[in-house]
Design a protein around this ligand. Structure first.
Ligand SMILES: Cc1cc2nc3c(=O)[nH]c(=O)nc-3n(C[C@H](O)[C@H](O)[C@H](O)COP(=O)(O)OP(=O)(O)OC[C@H]3O[C@@H](n4cnc5c(N)ncnc54)[C@H](O)[C@@H]3O)c2cc1C
Length: 529
């Protein structure tokens, strides 16, 4: 069973190592412990929807679909102060159900929120507090593999399929999609498409934009069918409108994706650089040489220190860690992870070429064990947030993408601004960064920050808001996109017009009103109402 008020499955925990607790107590100070309210104490108001056989209006369904997974959402869930609930939740089994639900929403003048896994961190599935009634359409029952064209490497799924179910169904036939966002355990194919999601191995497998070949979208004015052509010059590509549409244009009910055979071998490796500049130069060179890697990730010094504290590696191997630091001789050791998949020969050739680039930039390859450990833990780390909250520490992230020439400036400005953002309250913030995705022309900058929540939800939310606003302002003023992969939702909406321009926003609005003239689809997300 999934937790109602935090990330993850009931019973799965991620206890903090003593090294991390001491590290955070040193960096930001001990927190004031938090405990969540029980679900029974949360009382949604009466539903504003008339009854319908496809729509559940019980309290638990409404509570479980009221908020996503940002830190602000979780603070609200823990405190029980939930600003708005859906008036009903439907779980369609087929396209016909979705059509019926859209008709019902139109007849009752309800807003309809498509819901995948509810893992949005930008307020994407949260009901707007000032719009009634709200019907949330949870796609979790449309999750089967409907067709597999092994010859063309195409697979068609119900859009509500989660990462593990999708991969299990493909692997039974020897295929993989290779889309592994950190939210893999609960996020869905439809949600990935609707938010332009990026998996951790996008360097090798591609982003969801590359993997989404076609599908079916049910809009308030009818069915939008997107055939899976390998390519097409028949005017603009309508798939690009659906990618990132965040439920504003319709409900994606089915998607055909580009799959590939499961690689025979896949290994994750690690290296250390003596400082940020040498790691960055190596990563850029490897990206621009297009070495056949499926993942690269460079942590800065602050993140490397946090990683060491989280993993407890220094406590277990103090001697080797001391020797490595001495050998590297730099001022801020930076961890670099990379992965390669394919035949044994390809993995070997890729490793040798990558390690040569690492050496050219004064890095030290440290083999497979840290990389493999990271792979094993990568979907478990979100569970750590609960353990941090219990000790009164909040953790949130900010992400963007910029050309290589701006990466360091943006990262430094972002970390400095976050570090100083709570100075007026005498509070310290610990920010740390990695480059999560790389391109020929630039990289995605992903900054995590940890701070003390304070004694109550109001203090915690005010601190979160201050930090979030600070991050958005620094990102946009340094030429970054407001989101590389989390999407817009409501949190990033105020920054959209600056990025898209007035005509761009008008064009998006015109598309939304063509497909949804009554404005019922997920109002207030990605576009203003
Ligand atoms: C711990 C954690 C780690 C994360 N890591 C990553 C990461 O590595 N990469 C990444 O890209 N993102 C990441 N995210 C963000 C989030 O998981 C993604 O945005 C994801 O794509 C959302 O998928 P979902 O199925 O949960 O969608 P939801 O959260 O349910 O919905 C997100 C948006 O998509 C719309 N939507 C959902 N399903 C449909 C549908 N079938 N039809 C039309 N619209 C739909 C919703 O209306 C909403 O606007 C992370 C989030 C968390 C909490």
């Amino acid at each position: 069973m999934r937790r109602w008020n935090e990330w993850g499955a009931e019973g799965v925990t991620y206890p903090l190592k003593q090294g991390l607790i001491s590290f955070l107590e040193r960096e930001i100070g001990p927190g004031h412990p938090w405990t969540p309210v029980p679900m029974e104490s949360v009382k949604p108001p009466p539903s504003a929807l008339p009854s319908h056989p496809l729509v559940a209006t019980d309290d638990e369904s409404r509570i479980r679909h009221a908020l996503g997974q940002s830190l602000a959402d979780v603070i609200r869930l823990w405190s029980g102060a939930i600003p708005a609930f859906p008036d009903g939740v439907a779980y369609p089994l087929a396209d016909e159900d979705v059509e019926t639900l859209i008709r019902f929403a139109l007849e009752t003048d309800s807003a309809l929120i498509p819901y995948g896994g509810g893992t949005s961190v930008v307020g994407g599935i949260n009901p707007p507090p000032d719009r009634k009634p709200i019907l949330t359409v949870d796609m979790s029952r449309m999750m089967t593999l409907e067709a597999l064209d092994a010859e063309s490497h195409l697979a068609t799924f119900g859009a509500g399929v989660t990462g593990p179910r999708l991969e299990a169904q493909l692997r039974a036939h020897g295929f993989t999609l290779g889309h592994f966002p950190q939210s893999f355990e609960f996020s869905t194919l439809g949600g990935w498409i609707a938010t332009r999601s990026s998996g951790q191995q996008s360097l090798g497998y591609g982003h969801i934009e590359d993997l989404f070949a076609g599908g079916r979208v049910i809009t308030p004015v009818g069915l939008l069918e997107l055939p899976p052509f390998p390519d097409s010059a028949a005017g603009p590509d309508l798939r690009q409108l659906i990618l990132g549409s965040e439920g504003r244009l319709g409900v994606i009910t089915q998607a055909t994706v580009r799959i590939r055979p499961v690689p025979r071998h896949e290994s994750f490796f690690a290296a250390l650089f003596p400082n940020w500049d040498s790691g960055l130069a190596a990563m850029r060179e490897i990206a621009q040489e297009r070495l056949p890697l499926s993942m690269m990730r460079l942590s800065n010094g602050a993140e490397t220190r946090a990683f060491i504290a989280i993993s407890g590696i220094e406590e277990r191997f103090p001697g080797p860690m001391k020797a490595i630091k001495k050998l590297l001789g730099g001022d801020e050791m930076c961890l670099f992870l990379f992965a390669i998949g394919g035949t044994r020969r390809k993995v070997r050739a890729g490793r040798i070429a990558t390690q040569a680039a690492i050496r050219r930039h004064k890095g030290l390859s440290i083999g497979r064990s840290i990389g493999e450990r990271w792979r094993k833990d990568r979907f478990r780390t979100p569970y750590m947030r609960r353990s941090l909250l219990e000790r009164g520490w909040g953790v949130e992230t900010a992400e963007t993408a910029v050309p290589w020439s701006r990466v360091t400036r943006l990262m430094k400005a972002l970390e400095t601004a976050l570090r100083d953002a709570l100075n007026d309250e005498g509070e310290r913030v610990y920010p740390f960064t990695h480059l999560s995705h790389s391109y020929n022309d630039g990289a995605a900058v992903y900054t995590t920050f940890i701070f003390r929540l304070g004694r109550d939800a109001d203090t915690a939310l005010a601190r979160w808001e201050k930090l979030k606003t600070t991050a958005c302002r620094v990102i946009t003023s340094h030429g970054g996109t407001i989101s590389h992969h989390h999407g817009v939702g409501t949190y990033h909406l105020p920054y959209m017009e600056a990025e898209k321009g007035k005509p761009g926003m008008e064009a998006l609005r015109a598309v939304a009103s063509a497909l949804d003239p009554a404005g019922i689809m997920n109002p207030g997300k990605m576009l203003p109402w």
